[in-house]
Each structure stands twice: as structure tokens, then as C-alpha cells.
Design a protein around this ligand. Structure first.
Ligand code: NPW
Ligand code: K
Length: 503
């Protein structure tokens, strides 16, 4: 499923009209009838329904919905919040069709009137503003949206909660707090941003006949689901040997943080890596090696000095490296050596990201791909922004960073956003609140290390890793765990159940 900005949706719409030959009126008919079908399936027709329409095509959708719901005997009233001359084009066409079959259209000019009109309704269908909204919400629409938010009725938004922008990056001024949103065709960026997703309530998409070709041409983001994983997940070769399934290297683990590397190494092995070597200090060896007997070990005298020739020689056979879990924040030369001296795919996580901050310009010199996996706080640190700023613009900030430093970014959150150096993005929204616990990030890193070694294309590889991690947590919470007691180690054990669903 594609995710779009407002500009991309308009381009896709234009493509469907100009190249696909579908008239705008027909797209609007399809949009309204599909939303109406969803409402008919979910809400009884003994309810009193008010449809509030604004000046744009979102209002046009509202007139179509009115026509279909009236056919199914809902008690419908349509309230027009703008002057007649504001309704133009396709919206005016569908307004005329509504008036051919009904006289139920009331002009409302202020919020006080609107409140009185809506007070005995069960459902308000919000077709006031769509993706064409711009700037601060103007009066009288502003007070009208506020009035609707205060009514104890079911609020259903068409396409987008009125007042909410489609794109990330803007401070939300005022918007309908919907219980349910029926999104036309493709979810917009704000459905996946922490500060704005709540306005949508529950949401689903309705299709109106736009071809996938239009999206392939104009959209740059996808939501990753099992269908994508099945299509891209590498098959395990029948005659594979441990060397052909990838040799991964996990570097990290201060004396006080040995758990992080155990989790990463075990997760990498459970996700199918052929061999995993853990490079850490000797004080960690007893605990780490007894917790992960399948891995091999490489001893580093400390986690701060440059790599020796012996280290570099030992790492020569490695297919991909992850650096940073439990490494601490003391000055260290390790990361600059990994960037300069080893041309291997490199995943930088956790404290490793603090070491990466002063080296960002040098990332461009690395000949193999680099992946960074920050959470919101770490992303704010890397980009000199605040956490609220990252939460407001997770798509834009990830894309700018990925393009500037030519790295892959996995911005971890409820909706994890994965960005390629060319700006292409994928959202993985699997997982639950049980993952908000120490160690789960280390498990994700281990899974991603294996995915990096086993795929040719990195963007789907990283998306598949995020899918495995989140879906393991979802299955565990559905079965014998809860969001409260779920541990990072459980997520590793849960991977088998996810793998079984992929073939
Ligand atoms: N995707 C698809 O393929 C299809 C999409 N369709 C639908 O079209 C919708 C997009 O339609 P759209 O472009 O007409 O924009 P939309 O938001 O309805 O109205 C814009 C008007 O709102 C006003 N306004 C703007 N800002 C404001 C503010 N701050 N405060 C107050 N008022 C403000 C401004 O009017 P003004 O008062 O300036 O004249 C402006 O002209 C889309 O969301 C979907 O529902 C389907 O019908 C068919 C296929
Ligand atoms: K709306």
C-alpha cells in the first residue's frame, strides 16, 4: 500500500484523469459511493446522520455520500458551511445530483447555528476540508470544527479529518477528532506521525479505481505488509552452507552492558545468519559466550583503541557488521576504523550513533552501505533538532538525513520509517507497546544484520527485518504474553512463528 503527500495525491489523481481517461466526476462518484458502502456496513440505518460539506472536492464527496445513504433509508441532512458560489466543478455537479433527489440542504453560516442543527444527530460525516487545506483554519470553519469536536456524536471523516494537513512537518492548528476516517485511495503521511495519527481515529482506505501504475510513477512511500514480505523475502537455498547464509559481526558490550550484544547475536542467528562473531572485551566473555553458545568470539583489548592488523584480518571474511550496542559513550577510534578500513555493510545502533555524530561527513567515504537505526531521541541528537521537531516531521527529517549522508535510516517508533539514500521510504507499523522495553532495539539490530547479509536490495531487507520484529511481538501478545510482560528475549523466540507464515 502506498502512502502519499498531498502533492503526490494530486499528481496521481491527474494521471488517472489524463492518462487513465477516468473523469474527475467519476472518481468523485466512486469515492462517495465507496465511503457510503463502508458506512452502510458498519452503522445501522436507524441513525440520524448529518453530512457537513465545505467548498472543495471533499465537500463534493459529501454530496455523493448523501445520495447513497438516502437510498439505504438513513435519515440524512446535508449542511453546507459555505456560500453557493464557492462550490464549483465536480463538487457542484454532485451537489446538483443530490438536489435532483432531495430538498434536504441547509445553509449554515456560523458555529452557533451548526451546533443547534447537529444536537440531535447520532453521526456527523465530516466532508468540510480535504487535502486542499492550507494555513491556519479560517473563521467561520474554525469555530464550526471546534463545535463538532465538542458534540457527543460519532464523527466520521471523509479522506482526512478536516483541518489536518496531509503532509508531515506542520504544527496542527485545529482539526476534527474523528472516531473513524475513510481515506480515499492512499493514506497520507500524517496517518503515521505520532502527533497527528490520533486525529484519524480508526481508519481504512477505499479504492476508487486509480491504477497502481499511477502510484508507481508518483509515490515514493509504501506501507509494508505480509504481501510485500512474501514477495521479497529470500528463499533459503537447499544446498546452502553456513558460509552462504552470511557471516555477521557484532561489535560492542562494555563490562556493564553485555546483554545488548547477546540479544543482537542471538537475534541474528535466529533470523537465519550462517555465522555470527561477537567482538567484545575479555571480561564479558564468560557471560556472553554461555548465553550464546552458537556464536564465535573475537577478543578486543578494549572498546576505545584503533583496530589492529590482527583484528582487520579476522574481520576480512565478514559480510556485514553492526556496531554500537552497549559500547558506551567514551571516546573511541573503533567506528572511524570500521568506516575507513573495512568496506563492509555497516549498521550503527545505540551508543554507536553518538560515536557517529562527529563522523557524519566521513560516512560518505564508506564504499559499502551504512545503516543507522535511531529512535526519536537519537535522531534528534544526530540532526541537532528537538524530539518534538522529529515527531512532527519524521518523514522529512529522515529523508533529508538519508540523502545528505547517503545512508539508510531506520527511524524506530510506533510507525518505523525506513529511508533509502535516494529518499524512497517504507513504513512498518507492526508491533505493540510491549516493545517499549530495554533490549528490543538490540534484537531488531540482530535481525537487521541478517537481513542485510541475505538480500540484494537493502530497503526491502530492512523493511522485512522490521516486519519480523514487530510481528513476532504481535503474535506473542495475541497468544501467551501481554504488552506488560513481553521481554526482548521472547521476541527472539517468537521469530519462528513469524517465519512459518511467510511461505
Ligand atoms: N484523491 C483523489 O483522487 C480524489 C479526491 N477527492 C476528494 O478531493 C479532496 C481534495 O479536494 P480539493 O483539492 O478541492 O481540496 P479540499 O480540501 O476539499 O478543499 C479546499 C478548499 O478548502 C478551503 N480551505 C483551504 N484551506 C482552508 C483553511 N485553512 N481554512 C478554511 N478553508 C480552507 C479553500 O476554499 P476557499 O474558501 O479558499 O475558497 C479551498 O479551496 C480530497 O481530500 C478528497 O476528499 C475525490 O473527490 C475524488 C478523487
Ligand atoms: K474531511
Amino acid at each position: 500500500m502506498y502512502i502519499v503527500t498531498a502533492e503526490e495525491m494530486y499528481e496521481i489523481d491527474r494521471y488517472a484523469i489524463e492518462k487513465g481517461g477516468i473523469e474527475g466526476k467519476v472518481l468523485m462518484e466512486n469515492a462517495g459511493s465507496q465511503v457510503a458502502q463502508q458506512i452502510i456496513q458498519s452503522y445501522d440505518n436507524n441513525q440520524k446522520v448529518a453530512i457537513v460539506v465545505g467548498s472543495g472536492n471533499n465537500g463534493g464527496d459529501g454530496f455523493v455520500i448523501a445520495r447513497y445513504l438516502a437510498e439505504y433509508s438513513y435519515d440524512i441532512s446535508v449542511f453546507q458551511l459555505v456560500a453557493d458560489h464557492k462550490i464549483k466543478g465536480d463538487a457542484a455537479f454532485h451537489k446538483a445530483l443530490w438536489l435532483n433527489t432531495s430538498d434536504k440542504l441547509v445553509h449554515v453560516t456560523d458555529s452557533h447555528q451548526l451546533k443547534q442543527r447537529l444536537v440531535d444527530c447520532d453521526i456527523v460525516i465530516d466532508a468540510i476540508l480535504g487535502i486542499g487545506v492550507s494555513g491556519a483554519i479560517r473563521e467561520p470553519i474554525r469555530s464550526m470544527i471546534d463545535a463538532i469536536n465538542h458534540l457527543p456524536v460519532e464523527k466520521i471523516s471523509v479522506d482526512i479529518p478536516s483541518g489536518l494537513p496531509a503532509n508531515d512537518g506542520l504544527e496542527v492548528d485545529l482539526a476534527i477528532h474523528a472516531d473513524q476516517t475513510y481515506i480515499i485511495e492512499a493514506p497520507k503521511e500524517t496517518a503515521f506521525c505520532e502527533k497527528t495519527s490520533i486525529y484519524y481515529g480508526k481508519w481504512e482506505t477505499v479504492k476508487i479505481g486509480i491504477s497502481q501504475m499511477a502510484y508507481a510513477k508518483h509515490a515514493s512511500k509504501q506501507r509494508w505488509c505480509i504481501k510485500n514480505v512474501r514477495a521479497t523475502f529470500p528463499k533459503r537455498e537447499k544446498y546452502a552452507h553456513k558460509g552462504s547464509n552470511g557471516r555477521g559481526l557484532v561489535i560492542g558490550g562494555q563490562q556493564t552492558m553485555p546483554g545488548a550484544i547477546v540479544l543482537a547475536a542471538r537475534a541474528a542467528l535466529r533470523s537465519g545468519a550462517g555465522l555470527v562473531t561477537v567482538a567484545t572485551i575479555k571480561e564479558n566473555l564468560p557471560i556472553v559466550s554461555s548465553s550464546c553458545i552458537e556464536a564465535t568470539y573475537h577478543l578486543l583489548p578494549n572498546l576505545t583503541d584503533r583496530l589492529t592488523d590482527r583484528d582487520l584480518e579476522a574481520f576480512e571474511k565478514i559480510d556485514a557488521i553492526t556496531f554500537g550496542m552497549g559500547i558506551g559513550r567514551d571516546d573511541s577510534q573503533l567506528l572511524s576504523d570500521l568506516i575507513e578500513k573495512l568496506d563492509k555493510p555497516l549498521l550503527i545502533d545505540a551508543d554507536g550513533l553518538y560515536h557517529a555524530k562527529p563522523l557524519l561527513e566521513t560516512l560518505l567515504q564508506h564504499k559499502a552501505p551504512i545503516v543507522v537505526t535511531p529512535h526519536y531521541g537519537e535522531m534528534a541528537m544526530l540532526t541537532n533538532k528537538t524530539v518534538p521537531e522529529v515527531k512532527r516531521s519524521p518523514f522529512s527529517i529522515s529523508r533529508q538525513f538519508a540523502e545528505k549522508y547517503q545512508v539508510y535510516v531506520v527511524l524506530k517508533g510506533k510507525h518505523t520509517i525506513i529511508t533509502a539514500p535516494n529518499g524512497e521510504q517504507i513504513v512498518s507499523d507492526q508491533g505493540n507497546a510491549g516493545l517499549a522495553k530495554g533490549g528490543t532495539g538490540d534484537v531488531l539490530t540482530g535481525i537487521l544484520l541478517t537481513m542485510i547479509m541475505q538480500h540484494e536490495e537493502l530497503l526491502p531487507a530492512l523493511a522485512n527485518g522490521c516486519y519480523l520484529h514487530g510481528t513476532s511481538a504481535d503474535y506473542l501478545v495475541e497468544d501467551n504474553h501481554t504488552e506488560r510482560d513481553l521481554l526482548a528475549t521472547d521476541v527472539i523466540e517468537g521469530l519462528s512463528q513469524v517465519f512459518r507464515t511467510l511461505s
